[in-house]
Design a protein around this ligand. Sequence first.
Ligand code: ATP
Ligand code: PRP
Length: 216
Amino acid sequence: MITLAISKGRILEEALPLLSRAGIEPEEDPRSSRKLVIPVDDREFRLLVIRAQDVPIYVEHGAADLGIAGKDVLLEQGSLNLYEPLDLGIARCRMVVAGRQDRSSHGKRPRVGTKYAETTRRFFAKRGTQVEIIPLSGSMELAPQVGLTDWIVDLVDTGNTLRANGLVVLDHIADISSRLVVNKGSMKMKHSAIGAVIDRLAAAASAAAVQAAARG
Ligand code: ATP
Ligand code: PRP
């Protein structure tokens, strides 16, 4: 039995066609099912549907052999003891510093609102910029509008959310996409089965990339 942890929402939406291409067909639609453990047709596989931030934790502890996690979550959680063999090329976006056009900041130590406190701390420390990090859990774009923070660190895809809230990108931190992560023990103990899944997913991801490029 191989267990794959995945999060509902954006990653699941984009991962389902990839899983299907790799021959992994859930018995129920995980987008609508209330089940948290979803069997897969061949019964040698199952999906765990959990919160995005929890995927690396389940995989690191061996509760799942494999997981699909955003690079943002992996960066934030830092030195995780797991393998990251594959960039699946889905849920692509960028992690940026955003703020008002004039970069206005109050005082010597700008306040930065984010749910990526650790990544933000590392980014500004590397630059030698002193900031005060204000931990938030969502809707970061609101914080500069109401004077809670000077800047935010958040994900941007189309830029629509920033634009709608009068903010612009000030700095690029990282390109983000979803990665396949693997428990180290599972890689040893279930080497051939996991190797085969990685190969199937790698083939599915590159076929999807070729198709996307052809579409322009
Ligand atoms: P939860 O709802 O569990 O708190 P979340 O709000 O982070 O988690 P999603 O918005 O579905 O859940 O994001 C999950 C992952 O999708 C993120 O970790 C990131 O890798 C990616 N992602 C987030 N926003 C975007 C976006 N605008 N475009 C593309 N990918 C994104
Ligand atoms: C994500 C992110 C931005 C938005 C960016 O939020 O946190 O707010 O997408 O996408 P865009 O550049 O295409 O507008 P999401 O929609 O996941 O909501 P959340 O803040 O609840 O996570």
